[in-house]
Ligand binder design. Structure first.
Ligand code: PEP
Length: 256
């Protein structure tokens, strides 16, 4: 029996408020039948968060997530949004360390670690993204990179917060490129992550932490990925902008 799968949608820098509301309505309506079967979440752009929250309502089956956040609670940090403010806007979780943050905005493992700590202390669930570039994979450095990202960003997390973590393994070369890791390639890394969690923490804790795959997940490849023993769902970018595709992926997750 598999863990209850997660399907999270990352809307990235897309959608005006009205478009986000429409997408949220469609996802909310289509998700009703998956209540208690799949953990569902959506991460709209900041300007749509409150509107999407109002569409989803309190304790909705669809969890509101932010795409990023800043580790200091308040102060002279022009242009940033802190985790307490995201919570105040209705977010229940946040994505941290997405590869676009790491590579386009030069976020370091140290900054990501601070963000993880601050978000968890605020009471938000954290989806921590990890992944290697194509060059690192071709150089045989995949596990080295992932292990470094893992150890520097999350192993300081105290036991009470550990189960509020979700990990998303997202090979950089598979994000938004239409190239997906094969189920075997993804499973290999997921198993290594699970093993590391088990060694560093406890088997019991490692079993409870969901490890999602991200990188061009679509309705056509979701099943073969979700069938892998250590793949606990998906972080979906492009396909989450189309409610039909996103709901199809959720439906596939509900049957495993
Ligand atoms: C993502 O944004 O995390 C992602 C995996 O994007 P895509 O599904 O478009 O590759």
């Amino acid at each position: 029996m598999k863990r209850k799968l997660h399907v999270y949608g990352n809307w990235k820098l897309h959608n005006k408020i009205r478009e986000s509301e429409e997408l949220a309505k469609a996802v909310k309506e289509g998700s009703v039948k998956y209540k208690n079967k799949v953990n569902i979440g959506v991460a709209p752009v900041y300007t749509s968060l409150i509107n999407v929250r109002n569409i989803l309502g309190d304790n909705s089956t669809v969890k509101l997530l932010a795409q990023n956040g800043y580790p200091k609670p308040k102060g002279a940090f022009t242009g940033e949004v802190s985790f307490p403010l995201l919570k105040d806007a209705g977010c229940r979780g946040v994505i941290i360390g997405h590869s676009e943050r790491r590579h386009l905005f030069n976020e370091s493992n140290e900054l990501i670690s601070e963000k993880v700590e601050s978000a968890l202390q605020t009471g938000l669930d954290v989806t921590l993204c990890l992944g290697e570039t194509l060059e690192q994979r071709e150089n045989g450095e995949t596990w080295q990179v992932i292990e470094k990202q893992l150890t520097s960003s999350m192993f300081h997390v105290p036991p009470t917060y550990r189960e509020k973590l979700v990990i998303a393994y997202e090979p950089v070369w598979a994000i938004g490129t239409g190239k997906t890791a094969t189920p075997e390639q993804a499973q290999e890394v997921h198993a290594q992550i699970r093993n590391k969690l088990e060694k560093s923490w406890l088997k019991d804790t490692s079993e409870k932490i969901a490890i999602l795959y991200g990188g061009s997940v679509k309705p056509k490849n979701a099943k073969s990925l979700f069938e892998q023993p250590d793949i606990d769902g998906a972080l979906v970018g492009g396909a989450s902008l189309d409610p039909e595709s996103f709901l199809k992926i959720i439906d596939i997750a509900s049957h495993l």
